[in-house]
Design a binder for this molecule. Structure first.
Ligand code: GLA
Length: 716
């Protein structure tokens, strides 16, 4: 293959030097605390009260101007910075720093009216009208001209302003324009394909265009995966996957242009943009994006229910990996309910502070909320905020102020700048794999890579282990155990990396849906998972979908109380050196001719071992697989290095450590639904929330009873 972008995409990309916002007086020290501030929604008299309340709550930084383009440029080329300057001055006098937005997230109506050609188009050809946010196509040269002009004016205006300590470029790129099917997008996609493949023949091969007469003669024929009738799901999967890659790259390219314009004018101010990593969405390929920011920032909104904290930790773990061990910024989370789910649960007592501290434990050195003052009008009037509609005499503001005090104390103790200590188990995540499973034509279309990562993350916690979520392209060789949770796409280079890892003594878990296809979604032949077959020592010939009882199917028994789901891989061949750890049993196994066939196996390879799971598992079953079927020493190194969650391995407790030259900071969280008694903590106690001394007291070597949603932080 020629040296095209296709080749380059697989090579490690350089990172920008890490730069973190410094306090206006040049000091860098504390944990930033604040949120999105939208003073343009309020009369000017309210601003002074805002700043006074911010001071009272310990706010140190706010993000300004995210959606202010229409106020800053009321008509084409006419600027009004007066109001923003007054807000910045008020904040500056109070010692509150500003993370200034490029203000380009949403354009004013006049721009859309004058240039409807910037509006995105949906897959079915429908024009996206203005009215919400991000009603623009990243590939529009017209929109880029206007946005970069705004960046230039913003950069010039604030270049000497020391209150502005960082740039917040755009906002949640891809929230409303993750995909665009416009003519601009088509042209850009054709160029992207040309760069990626070099020749149309390479592309024809990569996309398997001999299937259904899709062979192309030149790059001008390259289509977008537009609406193709009721059989939409059957659009060429390789084309669709490349389109998702292109869309993420197109937005990133737009971000980089804005970033570079601002940086040229304000080289001393670090730049970032807020990612959207949570286990119900991972919109863009943030591994690639993470190379383009000065520091990583993420927005996280909680998932209500018993997995609330687990989901937060799982998402943050991936964010921390993107941040490469540097502190990162929690750019948004909520004080309580959001208003964009069907059921918008409020946070329960203690969850506001617990969540914020969980983000800190996972590596955040900035804790911000959306938003400062709850809107009185507009689409987000019922979204919680730091100052709710009821005003400062409210439970939420009191908790916000309480949190401000806690963060100040942690800052004074020197926590900022320390790093989350890694675990020894890596769960690999890859955006390509996630995209390839959306609209899938797989044996079972309910499978979702990111969900499988989360199932593993939670199951390991329940079994007493904490894992790290690491990008497939990241550095996972240093882990004792690497798990592939339905990592369906693996190309030869990646498989070779895994081979080297296991040869050198690594322990690998390959699940039922891993390594089936390459990065163009071509299936590996000769028995699944072709690319890993020598590692697993077992090859499969068919995937037998299990379905649910509602669908006339049902799970399969692997061992007493352990049920497989999604699909079962029917073995084709097994090497003699493979040891079978569990076999299918029960009536369903007879029904599909799998009775007695291997379900879980282990295979020595080089110095290492490969554990293979031939079927999917629910979280509950996976816990039992780990506890009862995995060889007892499989996680030995992991447990030995202190990863077991707390005392006697009580899985209700999560113990996270941040460390640096300043010391080791221990965070003990109760992730369960009952009180955890007699938790021994290490060092001097810094924070006690919803916890009480178990016995004794004093300031070191304490034991605590940690209540539901409770947390204790100590320093050693
Ligand atoms: C996103 C946006 C914010 C706000 C919040 C509400 O994160 O960036 O502007 O709309 O959602 O949850």
């Amino acid at each position: 293959m020629s040296k095209t972008d296709h080749h380059d995409r697989r090579q490690p990309q350089p990172y920008r030097p890490y730069r973190w916002p410094k306090e206006p007086d040049g000091h860098s020290g504390g944990i930033w605390f604040g949120g999105d501030y939208n003073p343009d929604q309020w009369p000017e008299q309210v601003w002074a009260e805002d700043v006074a309340l911010m001071k009272r709550a310990g706010v140190t930084m706010v993000t300004l101007g995210i959606f202010s383009w229409a106020r800053l440029e009321p008509s084409d080329g006419v600027w009004d910075f007066g109001w923003l300057d007054r807000v910045v001055a008020l904040l500056g006098e109070a010692g509150i720093a500003v993370d200034m937005a490029s203000a380009t997230a949403t354009a004013p109506y006049w721009l859309y009216q004058a240039h409807p050609e910037v509006l995105p188009v949906e897959a079915d050809g429908t024009l996206v009208h203005p009215g919400t946010r991000q009603s623009w196509r990243p590939t529009s040269p017209v929109f880029r001209r206007y946005a970069l002009r705004l960046c230039r004016v913003m950069g010039e205006h604030f270049s000497d302003n020391s209150t502005v300590v960082a740039w917040h470029v755009g906002n949640e790129y891809g929230w409303n324009n993750a995909t665009d099917y416009s003519q601009d997008a088509l042209k850009a996609f054709q160029g992207w394909c040309r760069r990626r493949y070099g020749s149309i023949e390479e592309l024809n091969q990569a996309w398997g265009n001999d299937f259904w007469s899709q062979r192309l003669q030149n790059f001008d024929q390259v289509p977008l995966p537009e609406h193709a009738g009721v059989r939409d799901a059957f659009i060429n999967p390789a084309l669709r996957l490349d389109f998702r890659r292109f869309c993420s790259d197109a937005l990133m390219d737009f971000f980089c242009a804005e970033r570079d314009q601002l940086q040229e004018l304000t080289p001393d101010k670090p730049l970032t943009t807020n990612f959207m990593v949570s286990t119900d969405q991972c919109v863009l390929d943030y591994e690639r994006w993470s190379h383009q920011v000065d520091f990583v920032a993420n927005d996280h909104y909680f998932a209500h229910g018993p997995g609330h904290l687990d989901e937060l930790l799982c998402s943050d773990s991936l964010v921390d990996a993107y941040a490469q061990g540097h502190p990162w910024c929690l750019m948004e989370h909520s004080t309580s309910a959001v208003n964009w789910r069907i059921f918008n649960a409020s946070k329960r007592q203690g969850e506001l502070i617990r969540d914020a501290l969980a983000h800190v434990a996972m590596g955040a050195d900035a804790v911000n909320f959306f938003q400062w003052r709850q809107s009185a009008f507009g689409a987000e009037a019922f979204h919680s905020a730091m100052v709710p509609h009821a005003g400062p005499n409210s439970a939420i503001y009191a908790q916000v102020a309480n949190l401000g005090g806690i963060l100040r104390r942690l800052s004074q103790s020197g926590l900022a700048g320390t790093q989350l200590e890694p675990s020894s188990i890596a769960l690999l995540f890859d955006a390509d794999c996630q995209w390839s499973m959306a609209d899938s034509t797989l044996p079972d279309c309910s499978i979702d890579h990111w969900q499988q990562v989360y199932i593993w993350y939670q199951a390991l916690l329940d079994a007493g282990y904490r894992a790290d979520v690491v990008p497939l392209k990241g550095q996972w060789e240093r882990y004792d155990v690497v798990v592939l949770p339905s990592l369906i796409l693996l190309d030869q280079d990646q498989a070779d990396r895994l081979r080297d890892y296991v040869s050198g003594g690594g322990r690998l878990v390959v699940d039922f849906a891993s390594g089936i296809m390459d990065d163009h979604m071509h299936v590996g032949l000769g028995g699944y998972p072709a690319v890993l077959r020598d590692l697993t020592g077992i090859a499969s010939q068919e995937m037998i979908a299990l379905g649910t009882s509602d669908q006339g199917g049902g799970s399969i028994l692997v061992s007493e109380g352990i049920e497989g789901n999604i699909w079962v891989n029917e073995p084709l061949s097994i090497e003699d050196s493979v040891r079978v750890l569990a076999r299918y049993q029960g009536s369903r196994s007879y029904d599909i001719d799998m009775a007695g066939k291997p379900a879980v196996t282990i295979h020595g390879y080089g110095q290492g071992r490969v554990l293979y799971l031939g079927t999917g598992f629910t979280k509950e079953s996976l816990v039992s697989v780990i506890n009862r079927i995995f060889p007892p020493d499989f996680f030995t190194g992991a447990a030995g290095r202190g990863l077991h969650n707390g005392r006697d391995g009580d899985p209700r407790l999560v113990h996270l450590i941040r460390s640096g030259p300043q010391g080791r900071y221990h965070f003990y969280f109760n992730r369960g639904s009952t009180v955890v008694r007699d938790v021994s903590t290490m060092g001097e106690t810094l924070v006690v929330q919803r916890a009480t001394p178990y016995s004794g007291g004093g300031l070191s070597g304490n034991r605590y009873t940690i209540g539901v949603h409770g947390v204790v932080v100590t320093r050693q």
